[in-house]
Design a protein around this ligand. Structure first.
Ligand code: SF4
Length: 473
């Protein structure tokens, strides 16, 4: 059991982040000012903040001290860095993103202004530093298309026809309440209609996600779109994206309903193009279904199609992942998003399946590098990037785009620099305020919508009222 004692500071959040990267589950003991990793080695480290603002981590039993020889960082980052150096030395493991955690790498890349600084100060591996820096520049370019006065809208549909074994997108089983889908539709439309007369800001982007929004019946789906378009002023230059997710929910009627409103962006997400894995994950479709849905969407004139893949899925190797990337490149969608599997609470997969380094599955980190190489070679470039806690192999999620097709909503939502109004259960609305004189350029206020679908169904008006107050409408 590893114990890390905090001395001279109380940055539990950052310290737990670093310990979790190496050893998984952790607990905090505030009474004794320490963080404990049950799966760590039997030792005690003392992570200190010195009076001069630098941090040292001591392994007193071994008589070792770990610190960074160079410029200090702000306190939270400083204590994480000395602990990261210690744990790297003790385990022999280096993380791709070094001591960066709990903050978007592209935000730090913009602050630091060069990839070299990311490597030097945060011990980020060179390829990741280059990725972070390049993506940060593209994020900033895309963000300029959205004014801080604009609204970005999210419409959430947390339902799916069956549950993928790696998913716990929302706290309840999203396939469990399928019988209440009609009531959910009514509540969602009610929330949108209640709030719409108060909306007087330009809408720069609208994203309908889930779950799987196309889980609605043809009639329900058309009604939801009609409600959105009759209630919200959506100019022709507003970017509208619908996540169709699973091909078993996509049909011609729904695609035509989207096109009739002029919607040109859709996500069709295979996650893997390997049929054996799809079956084992509990997804009720094959790679041929994906291609069929893609061809149909193309035929109906969708301009930008995004396809998601996940690296590090159980039941397949790094080579399988690279083959899926190649297959998507051959299909040629405008956007390809590479996720790395991470353990969400309540997912059916065990943490060991996600975090474990199982040699029989190959080197997932190397497979992701190869996948990126193939994407660059095929003319894609990264346009947004984020990381999640417990991501397998310490990696990231990266959206790639061909030409100028990056999704504005994704960038706005991740940026914490643009407002998002969210409809539907489990959504998070946020307001971003510019601020001077701190390391962070923006202060963000958030307003969550209740996650529980049944509670949402009975309280959509209350949710609308809450957001009207939050946005001071
Ligand atoms: S399609 Fe997505 S949201 Fe739905 S169960 Fe699968 S992973 Fe979860």
């Amino acid at each position: 059991m590893l114990k890390v004692i905090l001395e001279g500071h109380d940055k539990y959040y950052g310290i737990t982040d670093i310990v979790r990267m190496f050893f998984g589950d952790i607990s905090e003991d505030h009474e004794h000012s320490c963080v404990i990793a049950g799966d760590g080695p039997d030792m005690t480290l003392v992570n200190t903040l010195e009076k001069d603002g630098s941090s040292v981590t001591f392994d007193q039993a071994a008589g070792k001290r770990y610190s960074f020889d160079g410029p200090s960082l702000e306190i939270g980052r400083e204590v994480k860095r000395s602990l990261y150096i210690a744990l790297s030395d003790i385990t022999g493991m280096k993380m791709p993103w070094g001591c960066l955690s709990g903050i978007r790498p592209t935000l730090v890349a913009s602050e630091e202004g060069s990839k070299e600084e990311l490597t030097k100060k945060y011990l980020v591996r060179e390829d990741k530093a280059a990725l972070g820096f390049e993506t940060a520049k593209e994020e900033m370019r895309l963000l300029e298309a959205i004014s801080p006065e604009d609204l970005n809208i999210y419409v959430g549909v947390p339902f799916c026809p069956s549950r993928c074994s790696y998913c716990s997108f929302i706290s309840q089983d999203i396939s469990h309440h399928m019988g209440r889908l009609g009531e959910y539709e009514a509540a969602l439309e009610n929330e949108i209609r209640t709030l719409s007369p108060l909306l007087n800001r330009r809408v720069a982007s609208l994203y309908m996600g889930g779950g799987t929004p196309t889980v609605f019946s043809d009639e329900q789906f058309s009604r939801v779109l009609d409600t959105i378009y009759s209630s919200i002023k959506i100019d022709p230059d507003c970017e509208v994206t619908i996540e169709a997710g699973r091909p078993d929910t996509i049909n011609r009627n729904k695609l035509e309903a989207m096109r009739s409103h002029g919607i040109g962006r859709i996500c069709i997400n295979p996650q893997t193009m390997r049929d054996e894995t799809l079956a084992k994950l509990g997804r009720r479709h094959t790679s041929s279904d994906i291609i069929r849905a893609y061809d149909q969407a193309k035929e109906l004139g969708f301009e930008v199609i995004n396809m998601d893949l996940i690296a590090g899925l159980p039941f397949e190797t790094g080579d399988d992942f690279v083959r899926s990337v190649s297959k998507l490149i051959d299909i040629g969608p405008g956007n390809i998003t590479i996720h790395t599997l991470y353990k969400k609470r309540r997912a059916a997969l065990t943490k060991e399946m996600v975090m474990g380094r199982d040699d029989s599955r190959g080197d997932i980190d190397a497979a992701v590098r190869e996948g990126y190489r193939l994407l660059y070679e095929a003319g894609y470039h990264p346009y947004y990037l984020y990381r999640q806690k417990d991501t397998g192999h310490g990696l990231e999620n990266t959206g790639f785009a061909k030409g100028d097709t990056g999704c504005l909503y994704n960038v706005a939502m991740m940026s914490d620099a643009r407002d998002v109004l969210s409809f539907g259960a489990g959504g998070m609305s946020k307001r971003c305020f510019e601020q001077e004189g701190t390391t962070s350029k923006h202060r963000v206020e958030r307003c969550p919508t209740v996650k529980d679908v049944l509670t949402y169904i009975s309280s959509s008006e209350e949710m609308a009222r809450r957001k009207s107050e939050f946005f001071e409408l």
